[in-house]
Write a protein that binds this ligand. Structure first.
Ligand code: MCA
Ligand code: AMP
Length: 502
């Protein structure tokens, strides 16, 4: 097995002139051109003082340059830390404080504000999606650095922050081995090759867009048709010239709304993949009826990369996430005791394999708490393996809302709402949402005699919380339902307000 960076070099050697990025309306970028940019960036990062093991944090718009930054970081043995572009200043403060990166790369428009963070240990530069930014200026005059820092499979390659159910976000440390082994397993399972042309419409600061979609294309030597963001009509236009689409369920819900989604427009495509949140069984069936393609649903997590997939050959079942990827083990256990459960019973989904992360950044106790003694990782999802051998996710043991494929941790939102004067307490829940799967919803108990307005609650937390984490609706109640132990019964709230977005 070789690292993602070494596989990238192999893909360049195999087809230097082939397009790695096919950008509608702009010139292609070949594998060899990409390597040249990566090598120049490697020189710039080295000159800045980024050493092996140092973190390179990036909050950049989606661009080929951001992928070059990722690859250059791997080349010099540093650790890549991508950040959601929706994060606000106070969220960034936390990530930078926690991960202590050597370099923080932001968008050109935000450089002036972020420069104040610069000190002896932290350099701040910018990188835009039009070849602009201070880092791009340095790259233009840099000589390529060709050598790479030798890395072992258990060395850290990236840190991805994933919010904790109890408090602040935790940095999941992913190794070169995690990324390389998972990419190899996916290439094999989905028959992904250099002949593929992927419509890349996902963001690249999460596992799905970066470690699944981009890594697979880089390693296979395939072409990515590069969209800055998802747009249903643009995606349908591109299908005649593409073979694969990877998306979150909202992509498919939106594609199904277009009259142009049919057998003809999808005739050139060989594979549609869905993941990051549950795909509605109804969307799965409607998609097949309209296009004759069965969407392939798979299951993954930041800490584990991809875990399970429906088969490429064989039935892709609505509501199921399939079987473990090659080299990965899944078991279902009793939530309390950890004892293995008989086939068919619902319990905690646990996973073990080369895909499972190294641990949470600087949090050995939290890491230990989420592993069993035999190194199985407790995912926090609840599931069942049926007689057919397929895994089905039936719920979550963790308090989490997934909105349009983005995770929102209620605790973080509740903490901010509870600080608003006039609020006694709040409960943040996910309610069925026709577009986003789940809509973030706050249920708030105001102090007696105090009148609070929905818009005021949202405005009060607005500049401290990424937009996608903010409640779409705020409901007011006189008290929250609790069980005998005093624990808020979120299931009851979800039942009571289930039709809110219908
Ligand atoms: C955008 N907005 C959202 C979301 N996205 N609100 C709630 N949930 C969202 N997901 C808000 C914006 O803040 C804005 O608010 C308004 O919606 C329109 O913004 P726009 O950017 O135009 O949104 P969009 O283009 O409609 O985006 C929806 C989207 C996007 C296409 C579903 O969110 C997306 O690409 N999601 C993919 C997420 C993803 O890659 N997840 C993978 C995580 P306003 O107008 O009020 O300001 S990796 C993972 O989960 C694991 C490992 C796995 O298994 O893959
Ligand atoms: P993240 O923390 O962003 O990595 O999100 C991982 C979580 O997304 C998992 O623990 C699951 O709860 C959820 N997830 C990912 N893929 C699927 C899927 N196909 N069906 C249901 N839930 C999924």
């Amino acid at each position: 097995m070789q690292t993602i960076y070494d596989s990238f070099l192999a893909s360049v050697e195999a087809s230097p002139d082939k397009a790695l990025f096919d950008r509608p309306g702009k010139p292609d970028i070949s594998f060899a051109e990409a390597r040249d940019s990566v090598w120049r960036l490697a020189t710039v990062l080295t000159d800045i003082g980024v050493k092996p093991g140092d973190r390179v944090a990036a909050q950049t718009d989606k661009s080929p340059e951001a992928i070059f930054l990722y690859l250059a970081t791997l080349q010099i043995g540093a650790v890549y830390l991508p950040l959601n572009t929706a994060y606000t200043g106070s969220e960034i403060d936390y990530f930078i404080g926690d991960a202590a990166p050597r370099l923080f790369v932001c968008r050109p428009g935000t450089l002036a504000g972020h420069k104040a963070r610069q000190n002896d240990g932290l350099r701040v530069e910018s990188l835009g999606d039009e070849g602009d930014g201070t880092l791009a200026d340095l790259v233009r005059v840099a000589k390529p650095r060709q050598d790479r820092v030798e890395r072992q499979m258990n060395d850290a390659a990236a840190i991805l922050y994933t919010s904790g159910t109890t408090g602040r976000s935790k940095g999941a440390v992913l190794t070169h081995g995690n990324l390389a082994s998972n990419t190899a397993a996916l290439l094999e399972s989905w028959r992904y090759t250099a002949d593929d042309r992927l419509i890349h419409a996902l963001p690249i600061f999460h596992t799905h867009g970066l470690f699944v979609a981009a890594n697979m294309s880089i390693v296979a030597g395939a072409t990515m048709i590069w969209l800055a963001k998802f747009d249903d009509e643009a995606v349908i236009d591109l299908m005649a010239d593409a073979t694969v689409l990877m998306g979150v369920p909202t992509f498919y819900t939106r594609l199904l709304k277009s009259d142009r989604l049919n057998r003809e427009t999808t005739a050139n495509m060989r594979l549609f993949v869905s993941g990051s949140a549950p795909l509605l069984a109804e969307d799965h069936r409607n998609f097949e009826a309209r296009t004759a393609h069965q969407i392939l649903e798979r299951y993954g997590m930041t800490e584990t990369c991809m875990i399970a997939t429906n088969p490429y050959d064989g039935a892709r079942k609505p509501g199921a996430v399939g079987m473990p990827l090659p080299g990965i083990e899944i078991r279902i256990t009793d939530r309390e005791t950890g004892a293995l459960l008989p086939r068919g019973e619902i319990g905690a989904i646990e996973v073990r394999g080369p895909n499972v992360f190294d641990g949470y950044w600087k949090l050995p106790e939290k890491t230990a708490a989420e592993f069993r003694a035999d190194r199985f990782f407790i995912t926090g999802d609840l599931g069942q393996i049926g007689e057919d051998g397929y895994l089905r996710i039936v719920g979550r043991d963790k308090d989490l809302v997934i909105s349009g494929g983005y995770n929102v941790y209620p605790k973080e939102v509740e903490g901010l709402i509870d600080d608003i004067p006039g609020v006694i307490e709040s409960a943040v829940i996910g309610l069925p949402h026709p577009d986003l799967g789940e809509g973030v919803t706050a249920v708030v108990v105001p102090e007696v005699g105090i009148h609070l307005e929905e818009a005021r609650i949202i405005a009060a937390i607005g500049n401290r919380l990424a937009r996608y984490k903010q409640p779409k609706r705020v409901l007011f109640v006189t008290e929250l339902p609790r069980n005998a132990m005093g624990k808020v019964q979120k299931a009851e709230l979800r039942k009571a307000f289930a039709g809110l977005y219908a």
